[in-house]
Ligand binder design. Structure first.
Ligand code: COI
Length: 359
C-alpha cells in the first residue's frame, strides 16, 4: 500500500500540545493526523492516505452504525532513552486484527500495511509522543463497515482508520490495587461467539456490568464463563493473572471466549524468562475466594495495552468480598510491571525483538 500524504495546515500549537502531554489522561486528545484507507469488494484496498485528523461524515444508514461490523486494536509508541521512538510488537497487533477481521467477516488488512500505517503516523506526529514516565502514544486502528444500506450481510465497503492519542495510565492517580465486581448475571462472551475478537460489540456487552461494578464502588467488572458461570474469563478491558504462594503464575487459557492479549503473551514470556512457572488453565472463582482467605492466592493483577500491569486488591460480589494479601501491590506484580515497562521504554535489552524503532 502506498500512502498519499496530506499534511495538516492547522496543527495544534506547541504550547497547547505541551499542556496535553503534561496531563494526557486516556483517549481524550488526538494528534494532528490520521491514516485512512478504503476497501471495496471490487477494488480491494486503495486510497491509502495520511490526512489531517478530522471528524467523519457518515450517512445515517451506514452499516456499522446498525450492525456493528467493526474491529479495533490498541498499541503504543514509547519514547526511548536516546530520544527516539519505538512501537511495541506492532506485528502481533496486526495479526490479531487480521484474526478479528476474519471473525467479523471484514477484509484483512495485510500485516505490512498495518505496520507501515503505524510507523507513518508515529513518525509524522512524533512530537506527540510523551517523554514523561508512564506516558506513551496510544494508537487506535479500526475497521468499519461503511457501506450504506440496511441489509444484514457483510459490507461491500470498509474503511480502515488509524488515530493516535497521548496516554497516561488508564486508571487515574498513582498506582494502586483496583477493586473488581464479579458479575454472574451478565456474560461477556460464549464459545463460538466473538470473545476472542477485538470488536466493539464485546465492549458494548460489558457496559451494563461495568455500570453495576461502579454502582458497587468497584473500578472494573470481571466476567466468568457463559456455561458454568464459575471459570474466570477476563475483565471488560484486560486479561487477568493470579500469583500463587509458591510463585506460580496462573492465567485463564485462551478458550476461544477471551481476548488473546498481546500484553498477556508478553507477561507469560517475561515471567518464564525470569524462571517462573506459568500455567494457562481454567481458574475457578472459588479458587480465588478461598485462596484469598487462606493465602494460597498471593497476588492478582490485570494486564493489557491500556492497563499495562495493574494490581488487583479486592473482589466483590453480591453479599461479600475478599481481599488478596494486605491490599497493597504485590512484589511479583511490581517486578513484572517494571520488567515490561523497562523493555517498552528501551531501558533493558530486547531478547525477543519486540521493540520496533520508528525513529
Ligand atoms: C487496550 O488495552 O488497548 C484496550 O483496547 C482496552 C480498552 C481501553 C478498550
Amino acid at each position: 500500500m502506498k500512502f498519499e500524504v496530506q499534511p495538516n495546515g492547522r496543527m495544534v500549537d506547541a504550547e497547547t500540545r505541551a499542556a496535553h502531554l503534561a496531563a494526557p489522561g486516556f483517549g481524550r486528545v488526538f494528534t494532528d493526523h490520521m491514516v485512512s484507507a478504503q476497501w471495496t469488494r471490487a477494488e480491494g484496498w486503495h486510497d491509502a492516505r495520511l490526512v489531517p485528523y478530522a471528524p467523519l461524515v457518515l450517512d445515517p444508514a451506514t452499516a456499522v452504525l446498525h450492525y456493528s461490523q467493526s474491529v479495533f486494536e490498541g498499541l503504543k509508541a514509547y519514547r526511548q532513552p536516546d530520544g527516539g521512538v519505538a512501537l511495541f510488537r506492532p506485528g502481533r497487533n496486526a495479526e490479531r486484527l487480521a484474526a478479528s477481521c476474519r471473525r467479523l467477516a471484514l477484509p484483512v488488512l495485510p500485516v505490512e500495511d498495518f505496520v507501515a500505517a503505524c510507523e507513518l503516523l508515529v513518525r509524522t506526529d512524533a512530537d506527540w509522543v510523551p517523554d514523561s514516565e508512564g506516558a506513551s502514544l496510544y494508537l487506535r486502528p479500526l475497521l468499519i463497515a461503511d457501506e450504506v444500506g440496511l441489509m444484514v450481510r457483510p459490507s461491500n465497503s470498509v474503511r480502515f482508520l488509524l488515530i493516535a492519542s497521548p496516554a497516561g495510565s488508564y486508571f487515574t492517580g498513582p498506582l494502586r490495587p483496583i477493586s473488581l465486581w464479579l458479575t454472574r448475571e451478565y456474560v461477556r462472551a460464549a464459545l463460538g461467539g466473538t470473545g476472542a475478537a477485538k470488536c466493539g460489540g464485546n465492549y458494548a456487552a460489558s457496559l451494563v456490568a461495568q455500570q453495576e461494578a461502579m454502582d458497587h464502588g468497584c473500578d472494573q467488572v470481571v466476567f466468568v464463563d457463559a456455561i458454568e458461570h464459575r471459570w474466570i474469563d477476563e475483565l471488560a478491558g484486560s486479561n487477568i493473572f493470579f500469583v500463587l504462594d509458591d510463585g506460580v503464575l496462573v492465567t485463564p487459557e485462551l478458550s476461544g471466549a477471551i481476548l488473546p492479549g498481546v500484553t498477556r503473551e508478553a507477561v507469560i514470556a517475561l515471567a518464564r524468562d525470569a524462571g517462573r512457572r506459568v500455567e494457562e488453565r481454567r481458574f475457578d472463582v472459588e479458587e480465588w475466594r478461598e485462596g484469598a482467605l487462606s493465602g494460597r492466592v498471593a497476588e492478582v493483577f490485570a494486564c493489557g495495552t491500556a492497563a499495562v500491569i495493574t494490581p488487583i486488591g479486592t473482589l466483590k460480589w453480591p453479599g461479600g468480598e475478599a481481599t488478596v494479601g494486605d491490599g497493597t501491590p504485590g512484589t511479583t506484580t511490581l517486578a513484572l510491571r517494571e520488567a515490561l515497562i523497562d523493555l517498552q521504554y528501551g531501558r533493558t535489552p530486547d531478547p525477543h525483538g519486540w521493540r520496533r524503532r520508528v525513529l
